[in-house]
Design a protein around this ligand. Structure first.
Ligand code: ATP
Ligand code: MG
Length: 248
């Protein structure tokens, strides 16, 4: 069963066509990588799926429900988590406070003081459990701005997962990481997405081929190919699109 689909998804920025008739299909439980040259429309596709932008045409279907035009917080409540290409942790908040924000957003806790105080113990417990799982319990009270680059990206990946989403969308989680940090992040992603569906935008082909069950190639806003890693690697159209860009 497909847990996530787009049907004929289309978007433009003041006439500049960026996404053209995209039919993306993500099966439940799979690890799906979206690759494509710079400017192909990958982040825009994420923004359309997660509700940051409303598509100009086509549909987004999530868990068999038409969610086209739903707002980002509605997508979170429906079970979609997301990380951003550009680090979007709150730099002055501590690791604990960042994760707690994510936990609170999923629970949709309203600031009714009596209910709030009751539930805060739960939230604190859950937040501390997450910090332990991602080995950041030692950095609990350090502001995000004081973490190493690798740790701050780990924090970001974990915020996307703190809401316990069924589908997690990661936009270039390893961008800018050293080889060691990338290695660590891949392990973390593997561990944290166990049993979940993941869609990952990634330029690092080692990461793509070590994580993905299925790959979709986006080129000039259209799907060029979609298939198992072995098929994609052999696909002549994909090789051509990447010519001069990178080896896959
Ligand atoms: N808010 C915006 N306003 C205008 N143009 C935009 C906007 N966002 C993206 N674009 C343009 O849309 C195209 C696709 O951009 P997008 O960021 O989706 O590509 P991408 O595949 O994620 O690239 P990268 O690999 O560099 O992250 C680019 O030409 C970009 O300049
Ligand atoms: Mg991008």
């Amino acid at each position: 069963m497909n847990i996530l689909e787009t049907r004929g998804l289309t978007h433009d920025f003041e006439g500049l066509k960026v996404i053209t008739g995209v039919d993306l299909q993500v099966a439940e439980g799979e690890r799906h990588a979206i690759i494509g040259p710079n400017g192909a429309g990958k982040t825009t596709l994420f923004n359309l799926i997660t509700g940051t932008y409303t598509p100009k045409g086509g549909k987004v279907i999530f868990k068999n429900k038409d969610v086209t035009g739903a707002r980002p917080h509605q997508m979170v409540r429906l079970g979609m988590g997301r990380s951003f290409q550009i680090t979007s942790t709150f730099s002055r908040l501590t690791a604990f406070q960042n994760i707690r924000m994510a936990v609170l957003s999923k629970r949709g806790i309203r600031f009714n003081i009596f209910r709030f105080v009751d539930k805060m113990d739960d939230v604190t417990r859950e937040t501390d459990e997450i910090l332990k799982r991602i080995n950041l319990d030692g950095e609990r009270n350090i502001p995000a701005s004081g973490l190493s680059y690798g740790k701050s990206r780990s924090l970001e990946i974990s915020m996307a997962l703190a809401t316990d989403p069924e589908v997690v969308m990661l936009d270039e989680p390893t961008a800018g990481m050293s080889v060691d940090e990338t290695h660590y992040a891949v392990g973390l992603i593997q561990r944290l997405t166990e049993g979940k569906t993941m869609v990952i935008i990634e330029h690092d082909m080692d990461v793509v081929f070590s994580l993905a069950d299925r790959i979709t190639v986006l080129h000039h806003g259209e799907i060029l190919a979609s298939g198992a890693p072995g098929e994609i690697r052999k696909n002549p159209k994909v090789k051509e699109a990447y010519l001069g860009e990178m080896e896959i």
